[in-house]
Ligand binder design. Structure first.
Ligand code: C2E
Ligand code: MG
Ligand code: MG
Ligand code: MG
Length: 284
């Protein structure tokens, strides 16, 4: 009997592996065709000034509108796109589409703000990255200062000559650079002196802890804000969900924020409606 159930368990296990392997294959094959089929969309999340509450930018966040699976979040497919190298053409599309959309907003008379795109390490390492970014900006007609590129600490940590050169050339184009998820990279921070970045984005794990009641909960956020100020960099807090977190951030001297409290990522059409008919502020 024990032998029987053991074999059953084994069969169960291999079936599970088979299922996962075929799911992965379906994801990979789907991703290969998604670009040509026009299945990717960008959602835009507002970034605001903590000083006056005004809109200061948007972050473009990738979604995959799959015919059967619905709207797929980047956490489900970006890692596979990175492993297969598909993130390179997909990332190219993201930059072009974000620039095109921002130019369209500016042409419509909406406030001029930068649009931020996320960049994977594989994309950053392309030999012709700077030419690709330059071409995307030129195709859209957007002025380069209205494009921001979000890099992660892991991209910058090596501090190799190639990395320094790429950063310098991107800056020379006139685009803005931000470090995403700042504080999670275990870096020695030395790279901040070497690279001409504009903004630190405080990772939302630290912002979440602001809801706590101890001084320790604030220590890291306070340190990042202080670091940004003393280096002359901008600082944006990510993942602000509660008004209390926004209040603490203001008290700590943080100038910019992004999070569900201020606005969720939305399709461009929803942003259009919002910008055309901003909600009337109520005095209460
Ligand atoms: P990220 O760049 O750190 O983006 C912020 C993520 O936090 C987004 O998730 C956003 O929807 C979510 N978020 C914003 N405000 C809040 C909040 O108040 N609370 C909580 N709990 N979450 C909030 P999303 O859109 O699922 O993206 C996840 C990650 O996928 C991004 O993290 C980024 O690393 C990656 N990603 C997204 N779009 C792209 C892309 O075009 N290219 C690449 N390479 N990666 C991308
Ligand atoms: Mg980001
Ligand atoms: Mg982030
Ligand atoms: Mg993140």
């Amino acid at each position: 009997l024990a032998k029987e159930s053991g074999r059953d368990g084994y069969r169960f296990f291999t079936r599970d592996l088979d299922r996962r392997a075929s799911e992965r294959l379906a994801l990979e094959n789907g991703l290969r065709r998604a670009l040509e089929r026009g299945e990717f969309v960008l959602h835009y999340q507002p970034q605001v000034s903590l000083v006056d509450g005004g809109l200061t930018g948007f972050e473009a966040l990738l979604r995959w509108q799959h015919p059967d699976w619905g709207l797929v979040a980047p956490g489900r497919f970006v890692p596979v796109a990175e492993e297969t190298g598909l993130i390179v053409p997909i990332g190219d599309w993201v930059i072009r589409e974000a620039c095109r959309q921002n130019r369209e907003w500016q042409d419509t008379g909406f406030p001029r703000v930068p649009v931020a795109v996320n960049m994977s390490a594989a994309q950053f390492r392309q030999a012709d990255l700077v030419e690709r970014v330059d071409a995307a900006i030129a195709a859209s007609g957007l002025a380069p200062i209205w494009l921001e590129i979000e890099l992660t600490e892991s991209i910058l940590m090596g501090e190799s000559e190639a990395t320094v050169t790429t950063i310098d050339r991107l800056k020379a184009l006139g685009v803005r650079l931000a470090i995403d998820d700042f504080g999670t990279g275990y870096s020695n921070l030395g790279y901040l002196k070497r690279f001409a970045v504009d903004t630190l984005k405080i990772d939302r794990s630290f912002v979440r802890d602001l809801a706590g009641n101890t001084p320790q909960d604030e220590a890291i956020v306070a340190a990042i804000i202080g670091l940004a100020h003393s280096l002359g960099l901008g600082v944006t807090a990510e993942g602000v969900e509660q008004p209390q977190q926004a209040e603490r951030l203001v008290a700590l001297g943080c100038t910019h924020a992004q999070g569900f409290h201020f606005g969720r990522p939305q399709a461009a059409a929803a942003i259009n409606a919002h910008l055309a008919f901003p909600p009337v502020a109520t005095a209460s």
